[in-house]
Write a protein of this length. Structure first.
Length: 410
């Protein structure tokens, strides 16, 4: 009996019991589809975190002032203005691993253009800030050093402002008013979406640092060269931890903080937070894939049960084949082919449903889905392995039947 004959016999047997064959493959179909969807969701989550890292700024350290205390009541971080532009210059000039140290101030205000208005976030920045935070221009130009020196009344705006104030029209050269101060729009930023903390990065207006402090955001607590935040871009991810310690030591020395005193500033390592989030996404995707794999195991057990039932039902047929010259090896091959065929058919259907399901979830939930090439191959190989593994015992049992006893079976 050739392999072609065994394959044909297996196909005929599966066709005769087509409803049972379909029901048997359901476990494999669901398992394979679930594995592909879960792996795609996990890959999409990791890609989303990588996008967040890219949008916030790679290898970034954020230095913020400490908290103020009034009458025993302590405020949050940033309520005690202790950082200066000089601190930023010292960090950039004295630490070799630092690429950029960009000071900034921030606040919020009502922005007016014609009859339209919008309450938005205002940030006073230096030209280096855009590089540190990976901002890129969609049109127009960046804030330049001469804008800082002259306290120019110019602004760079995000995509939200373009839509809300200018109805999507080109705003370059137009004049907006912030606290009754006119500003010429010189640039529009490419959209970046939300940060890992849920803040919309496109709902912002960037002004020259000197202009923002003198005209818009300056107050009694933010005079002179005081700033609210210093964004520090580090040369490489490996140097972030060391640089964080060096920045701490440098600021302690500049602010004359003794070892027994608390720091009047705080340092946030954005990369560590996002890396932890990425790692948790990876662990969750592995967990989901493991749970989905249970469906494959259940499907394999279902195949074994059905094949055992098939051996019992076809005992006389097996005996007749053996009486006509079929060997135990021929019988085993036929039943193995039936089991593997069920697994592979279920695997193919599961792959199609998994790919379609991944795309539907991406469209419906607006969640980035990333189809990993290895996922369908892994699921398909797993399905074939299950067919061989769970089909071997029934095939072996069928091959070991005694022909005379099989022919007598009722």
């Amino acid at each position: 009996m050739t392999y072609a004959d065994s394959l044909l016999a297996a196909a005929i047997s599966l066709k005769v019991n087509i409803l049972r064959s379909v029901l048997t493959t359901l476990g494999i179909i669901i398992g394979v589809a679930a594995v592909i969807v879960m792996v795609s969701v996990g890959a999409g989550a990791r890609a989303n975190v990588e996008r967040l890292i890219e949008s916030i700024g790679s290898n970034l350290i954020i230095v913020v002032p400490g908290s103020a205390s009034h009458g025993g009541v302590r405020g949050g971080l940033g309520t005690a203005p202790t950082l200066t532009e000089g601190d930023a210059e010292a960090i950039q000039n004295e630490l070799e691993s630092v690429v950029i140290a960009a000071p900034s101030v921030s606040g919020s205000a009502q922005v007016i253009f014609g009859n339209a208005n919008w309450f938005s976030q205002i940030e006073g920045i230096t030209p280096e800030y855009m590089v540190a935070r990976n901002w890129s221009l969609k049109k127009g130009r960046d804030i330049l050093p001469e804008d800082i020196r002259s306290a120019a009344k110019v602004a760079v705006i995000g995509e939200i402002l373009v839509n809300e104030l200018f109805d999507g029209q080109n705003p370059i050269g137009q004049t907006i008013r912030i606290k009754r101060v006119p500003f010429e729009i010189i640039g529009v930023l490419n959209p970046k979406g939300q940060t890992a903390f849920g803040h919309d990065q496109d709902d912002k207006i960037f002004l020259p640092l000197s202009t923002a402090k003198r005209r818009i955001l300056g107050n009694n607590q933010l005079g002179g060269d005081l700033v609210r935040v210093i964004a520090v871009s580090v040369r490489s991810a490996e140097e972030v931890g060391t640089t964080e310690l060096q920045v701490t030591q440098l600021l302690q020395a500049r602010h004359r903080i003794r070892p027994d005193q608390a720091n009047d500033f705080s340092i946030r390592n954005i990369s560590e937070f996002l890396s932890a989030r990425k790692e948790s996404s990876r662990v969750m995707s592995l967990l989901l894939a493991a749970v989905a794999s249970v469906s494959l195991l259940v499907g394999g057990i279902g195949i074994m049960n059905i094949m055992l039932v098939s051996v019992t039902e076809r005992t006389r047929e097996i005996g007749l084949r053996m009486a006509l010259g079929a060997t135990g090896r021929d019988i085993m091959i036929q039943f193995l082919i039936e089991a593997v065929s069920l697994s592979l058919i279920g695997g193919i259907i599961g792959i199609v449903l998994g790919l379609v399901g991944s795309q539907m979830i991406a469209n419906f939930a607006d969640w980035p889905m990333q189809i990993e090439a290895y996922a369908p191959l892994m699921a398909f190989g797993f399905a074939a392995s299950i067919g061989v593994f769970f089909g071997f015992y029934p095939a072996r049992k069928a091959a070991r039947l005694d022909p005379i006893e099989a022919l007598r079976f009722e």
